[in-house]
Every structure is written in C-alpha cells, then in structure tokens.
Unconditional design. Structure first.
Length: 454
C-alpha cells in the first residue's frame, strides 16, 4: 500500500470532531482534507453561520460534514474517534476535558501532520520555527533559501490561509518541511510528545497573556515543546539572549545539539532588503539552519539579498511625496512596536498604534517613546483597552505626546497624510490586538494599504 492509500485508510470512516473552523482558511482546508479522506466529520464553531458564510460555502458539497455553529455541544466530544482542535481553544475548555475524560485522542493540525509524516514517509526533516517575534520572517526566509537549493521543500504551520494536514498528499520520502509554530500550535506537539528535528527559537517576550491568564510560565511551557522532545541528533538554534531566557524557564536537560548564532555570520557585503536589528538576527538564524543542511553560501547569499520580508511585518508599502509608508500590522505587542521604531534611527515618525489589550504591560513602551520623543512627530491611536493603558503609562512617565484617538483606519490614514511631510515615515505598528475595530490583524493591515490610495 502506498503512502496516500495508507493516509486515506487512516482517516476513512473515522468519527472526527473539528473544533473551530474560523474564516482565515486554515480550518476550512483541514475540514476539506478530512472530508476527502472519507471521515465522518462534525465541524463545530462558536461563530454563527452568517459569520462563517465564506468558509461554509467551500464545504457545502461534502455530505459527510455536519455543522454545529454558534455553539459547542458536549455530545460532540463523546463517542468520537478523534478530536482536532483549532488554535486558541481555551486551556480550560470543558469540551476538551470531556474528550479526554472519554479517552478520545485530541490532536492539532501541525502536530498530527508531523506524527503521520514520520509514520508514512522516510527521511523526513521537520524544521520548526517559534518565538514571540520573528518566526514568520525566519520561516519564510528559510523556505526561500532551501527552495533555491533545489531541495524538496514545503511550508506549513501558522501561515494565513494554509492547513498543514493536506501536505501529507504533497510530500514524499526525503522532503523537508518548514513549520511556523505559534505557542498554541505547539500545544499539539505536547499532546503527542514530539518535537521538530531542527528547532529555531527566535525570541521570547510577554504576549498572549490574556489567553494564558497572565502566566508567562504557561506561555513558555507551550513554546518549549519545540525542543522538549528532541533527541541527540536534533538541533536547537537560538540567540544568546533567548538561550538565557530558555535556561531561566527550563531547568531540565536539553538533549539536542544547542547552537547559538554567531553575529559575524552575515558578510558586510550582503545587501539585505529587510531592515532593523531584529531582522539581522532573523537572518542569522536562517543562515545557521542552511549551514546544517549543507546549502552553499552563494545560494544563501542570493536568497537573503532577494528576500523582501513577509506581508504585514515592517513591510514597505510605497513612497509618495517623499513620505514612506510601512505596514507592521502583525505588531500585536509593545515589544514589537519598540523593535520597529528602532529600525528608523533618525527619521520623523507618524506612528499609528493602539487597540485591544492582551493583558500586557505598556510601561517600557511608554519609556521607549519618551526616549525617542524627538523622532515621534505624531501619534494616532485606535480606540481600545490597550490604548487606555498606553495613555496611563504616558502620564506615569511624564510623556506628553501629541496624539489623536480614532475609531477606524480611514480616519487614521487621513490624519497621517495631513501631518506627514517629505522624509517622514508613516508607520502602522499597533503594539496591540486588532479586535473591536477590525476582524483580525490581517484585516487591519489590508485596510491600511487600501486607504493609502493616492
């Protein structure tokens, strides 16, 4: 029996509950894949049928899918063969507890893919990239480097619009798979007690503390699954700073080969397109993996120099009238905005920030803006709980910036255009979540670009 037949046989006629489908495409593609394998599927989501209209439309043709929308039901977590849960399901979910009480396996998309890829294929190399910031850039850059070396390479994990399970029908023996892994993706690796062959841990800052109920140790616990189950022939790659953080939170033995990036790894002759010290570190991490895989330096150099970054991550949009516009919408925490500001050393910046709080601390954010006050020409803040905290911290550190609070992107961009002059930078880098005004951070970035029409 070939691998595709074995995969189909694994899922065929299994009673599976998919918890959480969403609107970004990943959940839809998982559901589609499972339905195509002949699974008896229940798709349950707290969003209503109206909210999920675009997702449901893509799955209507499958008679083996039952939708339970606007709610979850305990009975859908009993007498099932498998539960596949989406990212963001609460840690204390009564439905997941019900499944475990009934001894039903609970899986997540990326981890289940890794488990089955290792089961049905030979010589698979799994590269996992995690970190509070930098994981998307490192994963995409690494993918481009390996692809340029003509190796059989695939990208999956926490990537907008993608599901990882369907890659089971694309990979083959000897494939390399780069997975971007957020903390909740890595929960699934903890369930299965598995880790990637090569793990990259970029950074660790306070984030998602609303989800982890203010406990950064719980946040790190999920992150640590990227190396926790590695073996002696595996690799953990990180920076000196992140290594020290790992040691602070993880006092057990790390069994894999620990590699720290060398700061001289990038030739000064290389002309990179992505800016900022944080991106220099991201490049170093990718280069280290390329060395392990034996990619020639000339190929690495060309791929690095051609890499333009990832959409929504300090992304240069355009220049008009001598004013440069940058989209850093995936900055959903204050440390990310601080990193973005440091990328523009002597420019006058109109900063569009603020939004919804994730139980984060904005003290250092306020201090950094005060320190850089002569470069912050104007602040445009989205109404929200994070903005309230920002203003409180501004008052505490006696920082009195000129700011305006807005309720939509159209007004934010209109205000930015009205005050920006030649050589200024207009930077969308919110340092906060998007919910309340926008569907998600991607919607926020798309609205920014849309409203920049000249």
């Amino acid at each position: 029996m070939d691998a595709k037949s074995e995969i189909k046989n694994y899922f065929h006629n299994k009673k599976i509950t998919l918890m959480g489908m969403g609107i970004l495409g990943g959940g839809v593609n998982v559901a589609k894949f499972l339905a195509e394998q002949g699974a008896k599927l229940i798709v349950t989501d707290l969003k209503s049928e109206k909210e999920l209209k675009s997702s449901i439309r893509k799955l209507r043709k499958f008679e083996n899918i039952q939708f339970v929308l606007g709610k979850h039901r305990l009975r859908d977590f009993k007498n099932r063969d498998l539960i596949i849960k989406a990212s963001g399901v609460p840690l204390d979910s009564i439905y997941i507890k019900e499944a475990k009480k009934n001894k039903i396996p609970v899986e997540m998309d990326a981890a289940l893919f890794v488990k089955l890829a290792r089961k049905f294929f030979k010589d698979i190399t799994i590269i996992g990239v995690t970190g509070t910031r930098g994981k998307s850039t490192v994963a995409r850059l690494l993918f481009e480097i390996i692809k340029a070396s003509d190796k059989n390479i695939f990208l999956g994990g926490n990537v907008k619009g993608l599901a990882t399970l369907p890659l089971l029908y694309k990979i083959k023996n000897g494939s390399i798979i780069v997975l971007e892994l957020a903390s909740w993706n890595l929960q699934g690796f903890g369930y299965d007690k598995i880790s990637p062959n090569i793990a990259i841990f970029t950074t660790f800052f306070d984030d998602h503390l609303n989800y982890y109920k203010g406990d950064r140790k719980l946040y790190f616990k999920d992150k640590s699954n990227i190396f926790k189950y590695q073996k002696k022939n595996d690799f953990l790659i990180t920076s000196w700073k992140t290594k020290n953080i790992i040691k602070r939170y993880y006092n057990k033995e790390i069994y894999s080969q620990l590699m720290i990036c060398e700061e001289d790894a990038i030739s000064k002759q290389w002309k990179t397109k992505i800016i900022g010290e944080h991106n220099s570190q991201n490049i170093l991490l990718a280069i280290q993996v390329a060395k392990i895989l034996g990619v020639r330096k000339s190929i690495v150099k060309r791929a690095v120099e051609n890499f333009r970054g990832v959409s929504g991550r300090l992304e240069f949009i355009r220049e008009s009238g001598g004013i440069k516009y940058y989209n850093d919408t995936t900055s959903t925490m204050p440390d990310a905005t601080i990193a973005a500001l440091k990328s523009f050393r002597d420019s006058q910046i109109i900063l569009i920030a603020g939004g919804t709080d994730k139980n984060l601390d904005y003290k250092n954010f306020a201090k950094e803006l005060k320190k850089r006050a002569k470069f912050i020409k104007h602040l445009i803040l989205f109404h929200g709980t994070a903005t309230d905290k920002m203003i409180e911290e501004f008052n505490r550190v006696k920082f009195n910036p000129e700011y305006i609070i807005v309720d939509n992107m159209k007004d934010a961009v209109k205000e930015a255009k009205s005050v920006a002059r030649k050589n200024d930078i207009v930077l969308l880098s919110p340092g906060a979540a998007s919910f309340g005004i926008f569907k998600n951070e991607f919607d926020r970035g798309e609205q920014f670009v849309k409203n920049l029409r000249f």
